[in-house]
Design a protein around this ligand. Structure first.
Ligand SMILES: C[S@@+](CC[C@H](N)C(=O)[O-])C[C@H]1O[C@@H](n2cnc3c(N)ncnc32)[C@H](O)[C@@H]1O
Length: 218
């Protein structure tokens, strides 16, 4: 009989589905090597439980989906599901998007950026922690090539107004009509876990998307 005691110290290996920011090779991230192919890449900032990456990854096997999530426990939980299903085109990085995007991701490398239900940081003194600010919008403009898309949804009307005004003031983006509303066909048929939660609470969901425009100097 073995007397070996399993180690509780080291978390299970979730590579290549989960990589901590500190474990990435030196920047910039070589996306073709990271995914094992050179298909287009879409980024989700603040992936939470990973429902969007799961659904989008399954629906679009020809696109690579990259997530960044700073809540490492949540990120590892999502990556465990990606590992179980052996998704070839979904990868998650654990860390702060404000570090990962500017430091690791090459200009023009994201066909789309998705930001769903970003933390609203209700208290006024915490507002500066919000992911959307002019620098983040400029970062999205750097990452998305002309013709690419920036998507954002939230249930917070005030934050939605702020997000829209920050993006609409940028000459790099043009607002498009939102995707058509549709009824969920089953209990998990929502864009993200937060959408599911908020719809079940009967709250309105504000949805918008923008096209990246070519700039005169580009
Ligand atoms: C309200 S939750 C929404 C999660 C998911 N998008 C959804 O709709 O279900 C916001 C998520 O963004 C993550 N987040 C907030 N700031 C972040 C940052 N700077 N970098 C990476 N993730 C961030 C939080 O940890 C949290 O999981």
């Amino acid at each position: 009989m073995s007397t070996a005691v399993p180690s509780l110290a080291s978390p299970p290996d979730l590579s290549p589905w989960f990589t901590h920011l500190k474990e990435l090779p030196p920047p910039p991230l070589a996306l073709a090597a990271f995914f094992g192919n050179d298909r287009p890449v879409e980024l989700e900032v603040g992936t939470g439980r990973g429902l969007f990456l799961t659904t989008a990854g399954e629906a679009h096997p020809d696109i690579n989906f990259l997530g960044i999530e700073c809540d490492l426990k949540e990120a590892r939980r999502a990556a465990t599901r990606f590992q179980k299903r052996q998704y070839p085109n979904v990868r998650l990085v654990g860390g702060d998007a404000n570090v990962f995007l500017p430091r690791y991701l090459p200009a023009g490398s994201m066909q789309a950026v998705h930001v769903y239900f970003p933390d609203p940081w209700w208290k006024k003194r915490h507002r500066k922690r919000r992911i959307f600010n002019p620098a983040f919008v400029a970062e999205c403009a750097r990452l998305i090539p002309p013709g690419g898309l920036l998507h954002s949804w939230t249930d917070v009307a005030e934050y939605f107004t702020v997000i829209c005004s920050q993006i609409n003031i940028s000459p790099a983006f043009r607002e498009l009509p939102p995707p058509e509303e549709r009824e969920a066909s089953h209990d998990m048929d929502y864009h993200t876990s937060y959408e599911r939660k908020k719809r079940k609470e009967g709250l309105p969901i504000y949805r918008a998307r923008w096209e990246r425009l070519p700039l005169a100097s580009q």
